[in-house]
Design a protein around this ligand. Structure first.
Ligand code: HEM
Length: 465
């Protein structure tokens, strides 16, 4: 156990979780052995050794995610009865024609189907068309956030933070929910963006009475989704069939509209927030290094057809430098924490993890591991993965988690970000609007997936001839 004084590590952890983990590692001689933390009376083992991490991802039900999922669903507004129904695995007597899987497991399975193979291609085609329209200068005028344009010495400049958030959230929302959500509340992407900034309070179980703004935002999002569900199904058509499939599954197990809206909020948040933040970091790195913009233009040019349509598979398979940039940006910006409950005593290497406790794996700690990534692990090196392609298969590279809960949206996320970057740099010369420092990572707030930037970046966009 990492030594602590009353009341444990929780306050320091809330202030800067990664610093607590890094300090603990140093305290135990940088050995990568697990150690325990006391967070609000609960004991968590922090796991760092990549071999242990792989064992955790491959462990069966002795290490369970459901306990955490249960808590998160409740925080998003689901009733206890609804959560039981979503997580319940039907027994033989309840089976009938339904599969022997919980709705939550089915959702994972069908989200994988929706975001792979020909289904993924259809989805991305739709999203690319959306980008093509919304990344025209006239398209940018459709923004809804008051902070979208900023005055830089009398010149109108774009806020990278609001631009990426709006475009990606609109695109994801449109693909999964169709046009209707935006008609009900055109400012929904902004509401989600603010909610996401505060969402760490949910995951770190901040007392509800200390988070009035977050409560207000989640209830507004739920209420919009509730109104959406009241519309006839044919009016809510979206390119992703998954949304209506999930709704039918929720109805099959007896959820009402209010509970379905709470579950849909979880989906809406999950598909939209991390992607826009990687888009932000990719853009920031390229804007701060014009040589990267040239590489992107040169490499992606053949992906554009005569009619300007975009071959996304070309981007994903034939643009090595762009893909390595994506990997390096993910390495430095992914800050997801994997959590598992220990439901039975479990050996891990030479250690025994005790039943009733929990464990955590920080992607950020793994991604800064010098044995895997070298002494310059803390630096951004756009060609790191180009020089060592095997790094992307390293046990230390875990931007999307692993095992049973490996992110099903990882291909969609990559295709979205690569398309966005290719279109932007084909359309525009992108310059920093004024002298600015590269944005700092927001390390003083617990991150859930991709870390936010402390600072915005202001850009001047000039249409290319
Ligand atoms: C760059 C963007 C993204 C990142 C970094 C990311 C990261 C992650 C991580 C680390 C997990 C594992 C959580 C855990 O095991 O504790 C996860 C799970 C998940 N992600 Fe993503 N994600 C991204 C984009 C997406 C997108 C676009 C979608 C949907 C289209 C999505 C849907 C999901 C779902 C449904 C799960 C839960 C899997 C399950 O347990 O059933 N993600 N994601």
């Amino acid at each position: 156990m990492l030594p602590y004084s009353f009341p444990g590590h929780a306050l320091a952890f809330l202030r800067n979780s990664e610093e607590v983990l890094a300090t603990g590692k140093k305290y135990f001689g940088c050995t990568n052995h697990p150690f325990a933390l006391n967070l609000g009376g609960s004991i968590f083992y922090a796991i760092f050794n990549p071999v242990d991490v792989a064992a955790v991802f491959n462990a069966g039900p002795k290490l369970s995610f459901d306990g955490f999922l249960h808590g998160i669903m409740a925080e998003f507004g689901s009733s206890q009865t609804a959560i039981q129904k979503v997580l319940n695995v039907p027994d033989e007597s309840q089976l009938g024609l339904s599969p022997r899987q919980s709705v939550s497991e089915l959702a994972h399975h069908f989200q994988v189907k929706q975001t792979s193979g020909s289904e993924l291609k259809l989805l991305i085609q739709h999203i690319v068309c959306f980008f093509q329209e919304n990344l025209l200068l006239e398209g940018l005028k459709n923004h809804t956030s008051p902070s979208f344009y900023v005055d830089c010495d009398g010149e109108k400049c774009v806020s990278l933070k609001y631009w990426t958030a709006e475009v990606f959230i609109h695109a994801g929302q449109n693909a999964y929910f169709g046009d209707e959500l935006l008609k009900i509340d055109p400012t929904l992407p902004q509401v989600l963006m603010r909610m996401d900034e505060l969402s760490w309070q949910i995951f770190y179980r901040y007392p509800w009475f200390l988070r009035p703004e977050l409560n207000r935002l989640t209830s507004r999002l739920r209420s919009t989704l509730h109104q959406y569900l009241k519309l006839p199904k044919h009016q809510r058509k979206s390119v992703a069939w998954f949304t209506q499939f999930l709704e039918s599954e929720y109805r099959r197990v007896g959820l009402d509209d209010e509970d379905i809206a709470a579950q849909m909020l979880f989906l809406y948040w999950g598909i939209n927030t991390n992607v826009s933040k990687v888009g932000y970091w990719m853009m920031a790195h390229i804007a701060f290094d014009p040589s990267l913009a040239e590489i992107v233009r040169e490499e992606t040019e053949p992906a554009f057809q005569e009619d300007e349509s975009l071959d996304v598979e070309y981007l994903a398979n034939a643009c090595p430098r762009l893909n390595c940039l994506w990997l390096e940006v993910l390495r430095l910006s992914a800050s997801s924490t994997t959590l598992r409950y220990i439901t039975e005593d479990q050996e891990l290497g030479n250690y025994l993890l005790r039943k009733g406790r929990a464990l955590m794996i920080s992607a950020r700690q793994l991604h800064h591991d010098e044995t895997a990534f070298g002494e310059d692990a803390h630096l951004f090196k756009p060609d790191r993965f180009l020089k060592s392609p095997k790094l992307q298969r390293s046990y230390c590279f875990r931007p999307f988690g692993g095992g049973k809960t490996l992110c099903p949206g990882r291909h969609l996320a990559k295709w979205m970000v690569l398309s966005f970057i290719a279109i932007v740099f084909r359309r525009y010369d992108v310059d920093l609007a004024k002298p600015q420092k590269f944005p700092r990572y927001q390390e003083n707030k617990p991150a859930i997936g991709i870390i936010s930037g402390c600072d915005d970046v202001f850009l001047r966009l000039k249409a290319r001839k």
